[in-house]
Write a protein that binds this ligand. Structure first.
Ligand code: SAM
Length: 288
């Protein structure tokens, strides 16, 4: 079916005719470039055996393409004012459902079992509300293994951090929290000019593919995620200085020596595997 929602005139008219402004508090920046919408779908590699979860369908620019390419689209939209407009924009389609809820409050596994159990693969594809990018990603990754791919538009700096590699300025606790479970890849940049209204930042689309067999095995994942935040708490300090706020300094020195890591190391020099080794060492040897 023809795509027409994600066009500048269409979006401007819809907002005007419904007497609506994009709501800043919900991070509303509507995408208005058909080529970018299609590139997001291409990056997702969709087929009719795949169900997509879309976070924040807004006026349906992306949803329309997702309905064309995927088997089913389950959308979560927090803004109840947009729901009747969205349903009207998508009236040609019968393979989607919009749930008027906050994505941070849902029970994702329950909803997948309820609505998507007939689909072979479940992906998240979304132009995210940027103000909650990190809690959305870390929340879903920790709550479910049923979603095996995430194709997400977000602020460029956050995309760079998530895809950051050791020994670069972008590498931090978020790169490790995501990289622990997924292969993260930056797909393409998106200029601020293709949104209504135009945000103050540029954007990028990234793809996260969940590892089928985990690459890393932290004995206590909850502690591991806390540990990486502790390790990066102050970027300019050495690992010992950051960790000594939380653990006994002699213990940290022994831990680094026992794992053949130099005592002057900074967190950004260590790989995900190093962090897993260190955290497992703490779990085995420290009286938490
Ligand atoms: N997908 C649309 C597009 O690309 O034009 C809109 C994207 S806009 C950046 C983010 C969308 O997320 C908005 O529709 C906003 O209302 C919605 N949203 C914001 N916070 C949300 C939340 N906590 N749960 C669900 N949707 C949310």
């Amino acid at each position: 079916m023809s795509a027409n929602i994600g066009n500048q005139n269409f979006i401007n008219n819809i907002l005007k005719n419904n007497n609506l402004d994009a709501k800043k508090k919900f991070g509303q920046n509507f995408l208005t470039d058909q080529n970018i919408l299609l590139s997001i779908c291409d990056a997702s590699e969709l087929d009719k055996e795949t169900a997509v979860i879309e976070i924040g369908p807004g006026l349906g620019s992306l949803t329309e393409h997702l309905c064309n390419k995927a088997g089913f689209v389950l959308c979560y939209e927090i803004d109840k004012d947009l729901i009747p407009i969205l349903n009207d924009n998508l009236k040609e389609y019968n393979n989607y459902l919009v749930i008027n809820e906050d994505i941070l409050d849902i029970d994702i596994n329950e909803d997948i079992n309820k609505y998507l159990k007939d689909y072979k693969k479940i992906y998240v594809v979304a132009n995210l509300p940027y103000y909650i990018t990190t809690p959305i990603i870390l929340g879903l990754l920790s709550k479910t293994k049923l979603i095996t791919r995430y194709v997400l538009m977000m602020q460029l700096e956050v995309a760079d951090r998530i895809c950051g590699k050791p020994k670069t300025k972008d590498y931090n606790a978020l790169s490790i929290a995501v990289g622990y479970r997924c292969n993260a890849k930056k797909m393409f940049k998106v200029p601020r000019t293709v949104f209504i209204p135009s945000p103050n930042v540029d954007s990028a689309v990234i793809r996260l593919d969940l590892y089928e067999n985990p690459l890393y095995n932290a004995i206590n994942e909850e502690h591991f995620f806390k540990f990486i935040r502790e390790a990066f708490s102050q970027r300019r300090k050495t690992l010992i200085n950051n960790l000594s706020t939380y653990y006994n300094k002699e213990f940290i020195l022994k831990m680094l020596n026992d794992n053949n890591i130099k005592t002057t190391v900074r967190a950004e020099e260590l790989s995900i595997n190093d962090f897993v080794l260190l955290d497992n060492y703490i779990i085995h040897n420290y009286n938490l």
